[in-house]
Design a protein around this ligand. Structure first.
Ligand code: FAD
Ligand code: SIN
Length: 539
């Protein structure tokens, strides 16, 4: 190992539900590094509103949760993974409570221990456990508090993982991960971190779109790093658009939880009429792909810049007690949701595809795991059922922890790491290239690879991605790296993977809708879209 390299048993890249859940599930004798691109709380987990799905009501059943997940996934879910995740939901809610997470209780029940369950699109029962409308904040605060007090876990905030370091030995066909490079953005220095187990828990890639509900860190870094290192990715075309983000110039796609519709919120045209009953029998509680497409259709048909979400027919007390955070935030933006409808638009929300893993989070590279939104596990199929995501993070964190613990006995000594070499690069005097390309990429992804696609639009986007990719690679090779440049490089890779996957799927299924093939094609397209770096032609 070179002088500046630090050595750990496990490196976890990401401090959301997946990363924190794993760090707390590994044995205490493991020396762990937990990296976070910004502060420990910055990631989608912290902003989650609706909750975590789990079967806790006696009228509900595991089979019903499985069926809803499979139905929403439109024929592409891996049934054995769905069964595994759904059946472990209750034990994970128990685990969160043991870790000091407080969920809202059911005030109408005589049993004060009973949790309140809310409803969301695609669920046939009330089964979403929540902490008012700030579930993510409650989960994240409690878990991160424990992580920050764990002596075996070194939390490295403001460390941006740049690339994985792998090693090929003559004794194994598979590559082995041996660590990663990370840019310490406070000190502007790149460190080599060494470990036999590296876990990508870097979240999703929704920042590839102009409008997104996600925080700035969701730039698909883990997907791009794994791809560059040689891992396959799958189902990248299935990007979920959340139907209802607040439409306001200063709101930066602030999410209005689906549980607002679950508790009776109605979607309205500007003239106050409902439209969802014309699109689906479940109306406002149809799966997200259906609702987002219906809104997109109505907005384009009427030439309006938003539709409206109205829950003002429920009592003020009900709204303020169920949605305290939403009520306050909307007031800050000038909307009183107890009295008037909210202007809403769809925005990119969740990456159903990602780095291919098995049921333990193992990828194509030995010692490298992917868990949480970065991963493709087979749970979501062509569309994710609401509130199944944090659940997936927690279940796979536990699976991964067990696998690491069991495989630790096979650990061998690791080869020395090379220090990062930036001796040939210069400081950029043209940072405008990075900001311009960021904006251009996200705009054309929104316009051409969004809710409604066509082959012509996808080919247009592909052409632009090819040009940007060449420009960014040249820039990356010649200039000192910054966080913005790293993210742009990753976003362009993810954009290319999404476009190529979308071009491959010549049908409309779940979240992928194309005007050229508007129907589902069960004769030819019931398999996942798998892309491999080994046979990938980027031109
Ligand atoms: P994240 O929580 O996104 O964390 C990613 C972590 O990786 C961050 O710490 C980030 O800093 C770090 N990271 C990324 N790249 C790097 C890098 N290069 N180097 C170092 N660190 C890096 N799901 C539900 O199930 N229920 C809900 O109610 C719900 N509501 C949501 C509401 C909103 C507004 C949003 C945006 C999402 C919501 N989701 C919900 C989805 C869910 O929150 C996410 O899918 C889930 O939290 C992802 O967790 P994660 O641990 O995989 O990633
Ligand atoms: C929401 O509260 O609407 C988000 C739920 C989710 O994305 O699962």
């Amino acid at each position: 190992m070179n002088d500046s390299a630090q050595s750990f048993d496990v490196i976890i890249v990401g401090s959301g539900a997946a990363g924190l859940g794993l760090a707390l599930s590994l044995p205490k004798h493991k020396k762990i590094a937990l990296l976070s691109k910004l502060s420990i709380s910055e990631g989608s987990t912290y902003y989650a509103q609706g909750g975590i799905s789990a079967v806790l009501n006696i009228n509900d059943s595991i089979q019903s949760h499985i069926n809803d997940t499979l139905k929403t996934g439109a024929g592409l879910c891996h049934k054995e993974i769905v069964e595994m995740v759904v059946s472990k939901a209750k034990s994970n809610i128990d685990w969160l409570q043991e870790n000091n997470v407080h969920f809202s209780s059911d005030n109408d029940s005589k049993n004060t221990d009973r949790l309140h369950l809310t409803k969301e699109g695609g669920h046939s029962h009330r089964r979403v456990v929540h902490a008012d409308d700030s579930t993510g904040r409650e989960v994240h605060s409690s878990l991160s508090e424990r992580v920050l007090h764990s002596r075996n876990i070194k939390v490295l905030e403001h460390h941006n993982a740049v690339d994985l370091i792998t090693y090929s030995s003559s004794s194994s066909e598979k590559k082995q991960v041996v660590g990663c490079y990370a840019l310490d953005t406070k000190k502007d220095k790149i460190h080599a971190l060494q470990a036999p187990h590296v876990i990508l828990a870097t979240g999703g890639a929704s920042k590839v779109y102009l409008y997104t509900s996600n925080p700035d860190v969701s730039t698909g870094d883990g997907m791009a790093m794994a791809w560059r290192a040689g891992c396959r990715v799958a189902n990248m075309e299935f990007m979920q658009f959340h139907p209802t983000c607040l439409f306001h110039p200063k709101a930066k796609s602030f999410l209005i939880s689906e549980s607002v519709r679950g508790e009776g919120g109605l979607l309205l045209r500007p003239d106050g009429t409902r439209f969802m009953p014309n699109f689906d029998a479940q109306a406002e509680l149809a799966p997200r792909d259906v609702v987002a497409r219906a809104i997109d259709h109505e907005m384009k048909r009427l030439g309006v810049s938003s539709v409206f979400l109205d829950i003002s027919h429920r009592s003020e007390t009900f709204i303020k007690s169920h949605f305290p955070m939403l009520y306050e935030r909307c007031l800050e933006f000038g909307f009183d949701m107890t009295k008037e409808p909210l202007s809403v638009v769809p925005a990119a929300h969740y990456s159903c595809g990602g780095v291919m893993t098995d049921k333990n989070g193992c990828t194509d590279i030995d010692g490298l795991y992917a868990i949480g939104e970065v991963a493709f596990t087979g749970l979501h199929g062509a569309n994710r059922l609401a509130s199944n995501s944090i659940l997936e993070c927690l279940v796979f964190a536990k699976q991964c922890a067990l696998h690491i613990t069991e495989s630790s006995s096979k650990e061998t000594s690791l080869p020395p790491l090379k220090a990062w070499d930036d001796s040939r690069v210069l400081s950029s005097d043209e940072a405008i290239v990075v900001s311009h390309n960021w904006a251009e990429l996200r705009q054309f992804m929104w316009d051409y690879v969004g809710i409604v696609r066509s082959t012509k639009r996808l080919l247009r986007a592909k052409h632009r991605v090819d040009v940007l990719k060449r420009e960014i690679e040249e820039y990356y090779a010649n200039f000192t790296i910054t966080s913005d440049l790293l993210e742009l490089r990753n976003l362009v890779t993810v954009a290319e993977l999404i476009i190529n996957s979308a071009l491959t799927r010549k049908e409309s299924r779940g979240l992928h809708y194309t005007l050229d093939h508007p129907n589902i094609d069960n004769d030819n397209f019931t398999a996942d879209t798998v892309l491999s770096p080994l046979n990938f032609n980027s031109q």
